[in-house]
Design a protein around this ligand. Structure first.
Ligand code: PMP
Ligand code: GLN
Length: 455
């Protein structure tokens, strides 16, 4: 006790000043000199921690962090209730480290069918604590000091710190927006990779490319042609693909989600990542998975067994039952995976219409439950933040939360430092919300758009 926080024994004896045997102020002063591990350099700031807290501090209509504020479907909630109410109370205890047997079995069956190959539940599936842990295992298990990882911008923010924490170097390539013309709204499909530029990013040091389709925050669904180009380069340069497909079911306007692992030569080198949180509108359950060949998966298992060990047993079992229900009605109109995107497409259009009416130009997403808007032609005067180190969109969203009671996420958070300035007039809204919430946001924007310059 006396040696707590590294205090030498004599000092500890001298400064002993409370019944627990250590002096709080001394221990605090000593603690502050402890340096953090180098791998944490630059990873301490987190957009979600910052903006979730802000949105909760002020009373807001919250279109910020990505989660549905409508409930998961009844069959999913009932599955959880059934699981925890059953007589067999072992469901409350530890389970198999790499996934509850029922869950890995149905995931192998379900995705085996979609990928057109037989998957072994024990060798090809790893259940993780959300897609976050699946990603973390990929980076920790496979990226080494000096390895390069190609990241397509805009990107889900954690890819960058996860690369660096593994000792790797992120190599960024931006999607290039092309104006739609004829006064039409831009679509996320108008944001494309330059094939020549992409080819230059593959070097001898490239270990992996991170693909996120449908993409957060843009909503882009990569076309088969675009995926074939990426696949060709991966095969040519012997590069892995970390394919984050958490929004795989949220695709609109007849677009199709293509699984890159199904393309020639790609199963061997792809780590496909999914999330029950996104799939069943239950983000708090934190059940995720990765599918991959055993030679790659065994290294992820090493990270997983030495860190998290396993994901909550009851949540896994409930997800297994939900998937079983969906398997039996795959592609039928009553499937949740058919119904949810239909509902979300209507919500997307509702928000697109309201944003267009006030001049906040949305980029219409082909997938996900996010859309980004260009602020520059908003009908009301925008606040002018001078002499600020912080990107404009960060300042703007903070101001909007406090002054207008509307929460969003600044889009420059999804860009690497050199690109942030080019995209700091965009913000991201989440439309996986009750219509009443979307209407409340519309009312705020409508009223705000009528503000005169001096107000
Ligand atoms: N990838 C992307 C692209 C995401 O948007 C998120 C956020 N949910 C995750 C991974 C993490 O998913 P989970 O909540 O299952 O950990
Ligand atoms: N994926 C969600 C989003 O993009 C939430 C991420 C998080 O909370 N860390 O909003």
């Amino acid at each position: 006790m006396l040696r707590r926080s590294g205090l030498p024994l004599t000092q500890g004896l001298l400064r002993r000043s409370n019944p627990l045997g250590f002096c709080l102020c001394c221990s605090k002063a000593k603690m502050s000199t402890v340096s953090k591990a180098r791998r944490l350099e630059g990873a301490d700031k987190n957009i979600w921690v910052e903006f979730v807290k802000l949105a909760a501090t002020y009373k807001t209509v919250n279109l910020g962090q990505g989660f549905p504020n409508f409930p998961p479907p009844d069959f999913v909630r009932e599955a959880f209730v059934d699981v925890v109410s059953e007589k067999d109370t072992l469901i409350h205890q530890y389970t198999r480290a790499f996934g509850q047997p029922n869950l890995v079995t149905i995931l192998a069956k379900f995705f085996g069918k979609l990928l057109g190959r037989e998957l072994d539940p024990l060798d090809n599936v790893l259940v993780t604590v959300g897609a976050y842990e699946a990603l973390f295992c990929c980076f920790q298990a496979l990226v080494d000091d000096g390895d390069e990882v190609i990241i397509i911008e805009p990107y889900f923010d954690c890819y960058e710190p996860m690369t660096k924490m593994a000792g790797g170097t992120p190599v960024f390539i931006p999607l290039q927006p092309k104006a739609a013309g004829d006064g039409k709204l831009m679509s996320s499909g108008d944001w494309r990779l330059d094939p020549k530029e992409l080819a230059t990013k593959f070097t001898k040091r490239t270990k992996a490319i991170v693909l996120n389709s449908p993409n957060n925050p843009l909503g882009k669904v990569f076309s088969r042609q675009e995926l074939e180009l990426i696949a060709e380069l991966c095969v040519k340069h012997n590069v892995l693909c970390f394919s984050d497909e958490v929004y795989e079911w949220l695709v609109y306007d007849g677009n199709k989600h293509v699984r890159i692992a199904s393309l020639p030569g790609m199963w061997e080198r792809t780590l496909t990542i999914g999330s029950a949180g996104k799939t069943f509108s239950a983000t708090g359950w934190k059940v995720g998975w990765t599918l991959r060949p055993d030679e790659l998966l065994k290294h992820l298992r090493t990270v997983h067994q030495n860190s998290v060990y396993h994901c909550a047993t009851a949540a896994q079992e409930a997800v297994a039952r939900a998937f079983q229900t969906e398997f039996e009605r795959l592609e039928k109109p009553e499937s949740y995976f058919v119904q949810l995107p239909k509902e979300l497409q209507q919500k997307r259009d509702r928000l697109v219409n309201c944003l267009s009416a006030v001049g906040m130009k949305p980029v219409v997403p082909e997938g996900t439950y996010f859309l980004i808007v260009d602020l520059t032609e908003f009908k009301a005067p925008l606040p002018d933040f001078q002499d600020s180190e912080e990107p404009y969109d960060f300042r703007f969203v903070k101001w909007m939360i406090k002054n207008k009671g509307l929460a969003a996420i600044p889009v420059s958070a999804f860009y690497s430092p050199p690109q942030k300035k080019n995209f700091d007039r965009f913000i991201r809204f989440c439309f996986a919300k009750e219509n009443t919430t979307l209407d409340a946001a519309a009312a705020i924007l409508q009223q705000w758009s009528q503000t005169k310059p001096s107000q």
